[in-house]
Design a protein around this ligand. Structure first.
Ligand SMILES: NC(=O)c1ccc[n+]([C@@H]2O[C@H](COP(=O)([O-])OP(=O)(O)OC[C@H]3O[C@@H](n4cnc5c(N)ncnc54)[C@H](OP(=O)(O)O)[C@@H]3O)[C@@H](O)[C@H]2O)c1
Length: 289
């Protein structure tokens, strides 16, 4: 199969590229905005035809939650219009979405068929992307994920490592609960869908196993980083606070946990606990600094 991976310089796109060598039965083309601006409908069709893609894995998105709140039009262009451009190429699509399509007010892990109720511009535009994709390509595969991190780009783990070294004290919320997800694990789930004997259309929830608060996550990031280094470089004291004590520009979901039963059953995969995958990522981050 010829596979086109869009948004290939983002966190997930980079992991897709890194792992592609382990999946040699496909031929890959990787493109980010410099090669292909997905908001340009004609350019998308031309690029997809020229690359002879059979399947498109769309890792591109407007992921800045506060930026989307300030400029929903710009977010919609990438998170919904561009997704429609890809859908209209007539190719099979694997698309990535987010827990932000839910209200975040639940207390049981969200299932794929739970009712969406986005509370942010980012969530609204991502939901619109999913809906427009399904209308045009009923056989699309959508993976919804949450709390994504990797050694690449900007993410919570990298920010906490920096603050953990520079600051004496970190105040981190303990009333937002979710499942940290290593982008490499999500990329492996995408490859399970690409490598499957048959195309398994549908929506799937994927995060790493286990749940924690951002506070617990931070404590573990600094603890493991010091353990890997064998010295106390990340010395900040981590203090738990409530979301109301933090000046968020955009409301954050209190509960982001996704139910992964379907993805595990349909693709017959095992998912690592978030603390194991965190260790894998930190080994790459702290030993190369
Ligand atoms: N990050 C999270 O915590 C999180 C949580 C839940 C779901 N997700 C979803 O998971 C997926 C992957 O996220 P990620 O963290 O890997 O995203 P990311 O690191 O922000 O990467 C997205 C990539 O898309 C590119 N892009 C933006 N606009 C584009 C355009 N018009 N044409 C082509 N490429 C464009 C970006 O380029 P620039 O950098 O130049 O803009 C970037 O390289 C996304 O669908 C996201 O919504 C992420």
């Amino acid at each position: 199969m010829n596979v086109l991976v869009t948004g290939s310089k983002g966190q997930l796109g980079t992991e897709m590229r890194r792992l592609s060598g382990l999946h040699p039965k496909h031929r890959y083309v990787f493109a980010d905005i410099e090669e292909l601006d997905l908001t340009d409908r004609k350019a998308v069709q031309r690029f997809v035809d020229e690359s002879q893609a059979d399947v498109i894995v769309n890792c591109a998105a407007y992921t800045n939650v506060d930026g989307a709140e300030e400029n929903e039009v710009a977010a919609r262009k990438v998170n919904a219009d561009a997704v429609e451009n890809l859908a209209r190429t007539g190719r099979r699509i694997i698309h990535i979405s987010t827990d932000y399509i839910f209200s975040g007010e639940g207390w049981l892990p969200y299932r794929e068929d739970d009712t969406p109720a986005p509370r942010t511009a980012y969530g609204r535009t991502k939901l619109e992307g999913e809906e427009r994709l399904r209308r045009i390509c009923p056989d699309a595969i959508v993976f919804r994920t949450a709390w994504l991190y990797s050694p690449w780009g900007k993410n919570f783990v990298k920010t906490m490592l920096r603050f953990g070294e520079e600051r004496d004290e970190l105040r981190v919320v303990y009333d937002q609960i979710g499942s940290p997800t290593y982008a490499g694990d999500l990329a492996q789930a995408v490859y399970s869908a690409l490598d499957a004997d048959e195309w398994k259309a549908g929506t799937y929830h994927f995060t790493d196993e286990g749940v924690c608060s951002w506070y617990d996550f931070t404590v573990e990031i600094l603890r493991q980083a010091n353990e890997i280094l064998g010295e106390n470089r990340y010395n900040a004291r981590v203090l738990p606070i409530l979301s109301t004590e933090y000046a968020y520009k955009t409301p954050r979901p209190h509960y982001s946990v996704l139910d992964k039963l379907k993805v595990k059953q349909i693709f017959d995969i095992q998912i690592p606990h978030w603390s194991e995958s965190l260790n894998e990522c930190l080994r790459k981050l702290v030993t190369t600094e």
